[in-house]
Design a protein around this ligand. Sequence first.
Ligand code: B12
Length: 211
Amino acid sequence: MFDFEQIAKNLAEGNQSKVSELVQSALDQGVSAKEILDEGLMGGMGIVGGMMEREEIMIPQVLAIAQFMSNTIDEKLKPLLQETDMNPYGTALFATVQGDLHDIGKNLVIMMLEGAGFQVIDLGIDVPPEKIVEAIRENAPKMLGLSALLTTTMPMIKTTIDHVKESGLRDQIKILVGGAPVDQGFADEVGADGYAPDASSATNVAKALAS
Ligand code: B12
């Protein structure tokens, strides 16, 4: 049994070279990329979240850890996490809602969807509803994925969906929502078509919505 706690602990402490070494050694021992992500890296982000709450860590440090986690996923885990069957499901548009700067989770969902055969347009972070509506008009995607990580930006998911409704484009698109504070109840309340708690279930929900 691999000691995932070591990855989590070293990530939270900012020991980048140690984390790289441990991730590589886990891969060499045949540990799955999904387990390394879920138990190791996500575990580390959980520790960081707790440190933020207790004000034991400064924001620039959190940013550096987040950036390092993204790079590790891209470099070491991405090729192993993506599925190999490339069935095209059409285009999906993704954005972190206005006011919210968190994008690691959104990027992970995008990566898995691309691996599953979706073409994804990423509008980035802090995206105003007007820009999302404009992008739907321009690109005619089949799906819209909205991410929010803060309880204060969750309502912006509803505002964005309301903008899409008002623009008359709601019937043309399936809307998928997610992010740590979001749940199925919230998704139903704001009139989304789907919700998923993590990147792998997001792929399944997106596939079901696209077919
Ligand atoms: C990294 C981080 C940051 C980084 C973000 C860097 C980046 N490029 O993303 C920085 C330093 C910028 C940051 C800033 C802030 N943060 Co912050 N941050 C975090 C932290 C530690 C990790 C988030 C993360 O990346 N998790 C890992 C990813 C993989 O998980 P995830 O995002 O949940 O995504 C998964 C699912 O949610 C889902 N998912 C996500 N999006 C979507 C979308 C769809 C469509 C679907 C289907 C699924 C889905 O799938 C993903 C993959 O499995 C969290 C704590 C935590 N443990 O969550 C706090 C946290 C989210 N931040 C918090 C706070 C308070 C802030 C700040 C206000 C701090 C400050 N005082 O300035 C600012 C706000 C800035 C802003 N306006 O957005 C709080 C939020 C509290 C709340 N209830 O609202 C948290 C919970 C920390 C805490 N416990 O206090 N943060």
